[in-house]
Design a protein around this ligand. Structure first.
Ligand code: FE
Length: 178
């Protein structure tokens, strides 16, 4: 009998794991209605561009967010030194630098070295995309000269200021940090 068949046939198949977790395991995060819930948790980072924090991972240096862009919003031109994974939950968008379109249900991989400018077309009222951004976003002019950057720490600071300003308190951000 193979190992898998042996496991499936066992009487304790539905018995929960009962040993303690290793001492350094961090707490899980569960966010109900992440894409549709409390409007206060959306942070406007530029006109018509919001992020909703899901996870700020300070030891691996990446962040998971929902990005929401409404009509006429532009995500400033930026270069990625690390990989990015995206999954479009709602709407449609494209990059000025590419001829493909990311639409609802699309998975997008952005390789290290990409520089691009995210645009939502005029006929799309709102897009929401789930992004994992690794390392940093380096904001650049059209000739690649750096004009700013974001990393997991600048995103945490943005969120701290937002949560403080709306009355939830700066420490509200701690629940998203691992
Ligand atoms: Fe990007």
């Amino acid at each position: 009998m193979s190992g898998l068949a042996a496991v499936h046939g066992r009487a304790d198949e539905r018995v929960a794991y009962r040993l303690p977790f290793p001492p350094n395991v961090q707490g899980e995060i569960v966010i109900p209605k992440a894409a549709s819930g409390d409007e206060r948790l959306w942070i406007e980072q530029a006109p018509s561009v919001w992020i909703r924090p899901l996870l700020f991972n300070v030891s691996a240096g990446y962040w998971m967010v929902l990005l929401r862009v409404r009509k006429a919003g532009v995500l400033t031109r930026h270069r990625h030194p690390g990989p990015v994974h995206g999954f479009v939950l709602k709407g449609r968008w494209h990059y000025l630098e590419h001829d493909w379109v990311a639409e609802e249900g699309s998975y997008v991989y952005e390789p290290p070295g990409e520089t691009h400018t995210l645009i939502v077309p005029d006929d799309v009222p709102e897009m929401i995309t789930y992004f994992q951004v690794n390392g940093a976003m380096i904001f650049v002019d059209p000739d690649g000269r750096q004009i700013g950057y974001d990393d997991v720490h600048t995103k945490i600071e943005l969120a701290r200021r937002h949560f403080a300003a709306i009355g939830l308190g700066a420490d509200y951000v701690k629940q998203f940090i691992r």
